[in-house]
Design a protein around this ligand. Structure first.
Ligand code: FES
Length: 165
């Protein structure tokens, strides 16, 4: 059998281990570990799940269960360099959130959850972002974009943006 190349770097493992004192046990590190890998790779492939499990002393299925419980992590391929969550909950929906999502997907030639062919942008519907006062809004990486219109959202999502943390 051909050994898979390692996906977790020593730096990723060191970041996971650095968090260990803050958690009651190694199982509790599962979600932070997934976030650490996702922040680096923009997805968490199955081999990374196996490696996280080995680091934490868990079965791969336990890590995979956590990954699939949250719809946050992509597994098959990386999300875009900018990941835009377009809120579709009630306040944003009443102020055009659905239209905003449809417009941005159409303009970028992708479906919701899709990524542009150049790997720059992923657009995903989201539930309430906790910023209903500013509806409709979008979370683009770590930036909250408030009171968006189709035009302002389109312009905002073309701007360079720091990676999500
Ligand atoms: S409904 Fe969109 S931020 Fe709350």
């Amino acid at each position: 059998m051909i050994a898979q190349p390692k996906i977790l770097t020593p730096e990723m493992i060191a970041k996971i281990e650095a968090l260990a004192p803050r958690y009651p046990n190694r199982r509790a590190l599962t979600l932070p570990a997934l976030h650490i890998v996702n922040a680096e790779l923009r997805h968490v492939p199955l081999q990374a799940v196996v490696e996280i499990a080995a680091v934490l002393g868990l079965a791969p299925a336990e890590v995979q269960d956590t990954l699939t419980f949250y719809q946050f992590f992509h597994q098959e391929r990386p999300h875009g360099k900018v990941r835009a969550f377009v809120c579709r909950s009630i306040s944003c929906a009443l102020r055009g959130g659905d239209h905003l999502l449809e417009h941005l997907c159409h303009k970028n030639g992708i479906d919701p959850y899709g990524t542009t062919p150049d790997g720059e942008l992923t657009i995903e519907p989201a539930e309430c972002l906790g910023a209903c006062d500013f509806a409709p809004c979008i979370l683009a990486n770590d930036d909250l974009l408030k009171n968006m219109t189709p035009e302002t959202a389109e312009a905002e999502l073309k701007k360079p943006r720091a990676r999500a943390t």
